[in-house]
Design a binder for this molecule. Structure first.
Ligand SMILES: [Zn+2]
Length: 333
């Protein structure tokens, strides 16, 4: 994929961007690219997420011995309205092109979803800042998101993410925060234990990071991950083989990052949103505020928010089928 960053290319000195930071060692500052010109406003806002047969949560996927019974979720305030899950837009028949692993690669590497529909996908990484206001926002606006959790970020171990400096909720909820998101239908996927640069790790160390994080998520969230995102977007052929061996079905990259303030930094040369774009955010201070800005921006540009698992499945990525619908602990809405 064009945005994939394999080690074999790194040696060529391509000056690659390092975007997804949590460890605080190799990230540097995110590039602050200029805002794109505002495109002509859409005639109307996208319709709200339609009911779907494909809930956002992939609840039937615990891989074998990684599975443990779901840990009890932290009870939420019972007075709040609860939705059946943030499902987002589902693919229409024939809408989505195929995604395949390239020759010699063990699993597909996905940077964007092949579709002409004005739909984009939101992914949120790491997990340092755990603002309860963000969970309320996801619930109230039924926003489809996919989370890639790093153990050390979720558990606030080691060196704090400099991007979260000044945050009020660093490590506040630990895994219970992600169980709350799970209960809203949010898939919690794997993003390593310690957020290393996988270019620097051999097979055994990569296995520890990747399989280890899948096990932690399965234990803490009660559902084994099916997707993997390499820190900084850096992976090798070994990464893909290890991911497959750990039960992960695809490696997910991204096409644009969302900076503090809701500003979108594009990798595409025209600096615009494109159908099928996968956006990367981080659990950082002021996420709820920035997220509102972002959602409004996406709507103004006439894009819908898509259900990533449903689109991946339609694209041919071999994700487990969704379970009978809504989790047993969720009301049917
Ligand atoms: Zn990360």
């Amino acid at each position: 994929m064009i945005w994939g960053r394999k080690a074999s290319r790194a040696a060529a000195g391509l000056g690659l961007l390092v975007i997804c930071s949590a460890g605080g060692t190799a990230s540097g500052s995110d590039p602050a690219l200029p805002s794109p010109p505002v495109v002509s406003p859409a005639a109307g806002l996208p319709s709200p997420a339609a009911p779907s047969a494909s809930p956002g949560g992939l609840t039937a996927s615990s891989p074998g011995d990684l599975a443990t019974p779901p840990a009890p979720a932290t009870p939420g305030p019972s007075a709040e309205p609860v939705t059946a899950g943030p499902v987002g837009a589902s693919p229409r028949p024939g809408e989505v092109g195929r995604v395949r692993a390239r020759a010699g690669e063990a699993v597909p590497v996905v940077s964007s979803i092949p579709t002409a529909r004005k739909v984009v996908f939101l992914t949120i990484d790491d997990g340092w800042e755990q603002d309860p206001g963000f969970v309320r926002l996801v619930r109230e606006r039924a926003v489809p998101i996919t989370v890639f959790a790093t153990r050390d970020a979720v558990e606030a171990r080691g060196v704090p993410d400099p991007g979260a400096a000044g945050g009020r909720y660093v490590g506040a909820g630990k895994w219970s925060y992600f169980r709350e998101l799970r209960d809203l239908g949010v898939p919690i996927e794997a993003h390593t234990l310690t957020h290393p640069n996988l270019w620097n790790l051999g097979s055994a160390a990569q296995r520890e990071e990747i399989c280890g994080s899948a096990k932690v998520v399965a234990r803490e969230v009660g559902r084994g991950p099916v997707l993997f995102r390499p820190p900084f977007g850096n992976y090798t052929g070994t990464t893909l083989r290890v991911a497959k061996a750990c039960g992960l079905r695809a490696v997910l990259l991204w096409t644009a990052t969302v900076q503090p303030g809701g500003k979108i930094s594009y990798q595409a040369p025209d600096k615009r949103l494109h159908p099928g774009d996968i956006l990367l955010l981080h659990f950082r201070a002021h996420l709820a505020r920035d997220f509102r800005v972002l959602l409004d921006k996406i709507e103004r540009r006439g894009f819908e928010l898509g259900n990533l698992p449903a689109y991946l499945r339609e694209a041919g990525v071999r994700l487990p089928a969704p379970s009978s619908g809504v989790r047993a602990d969720q009301p049917v809405g």
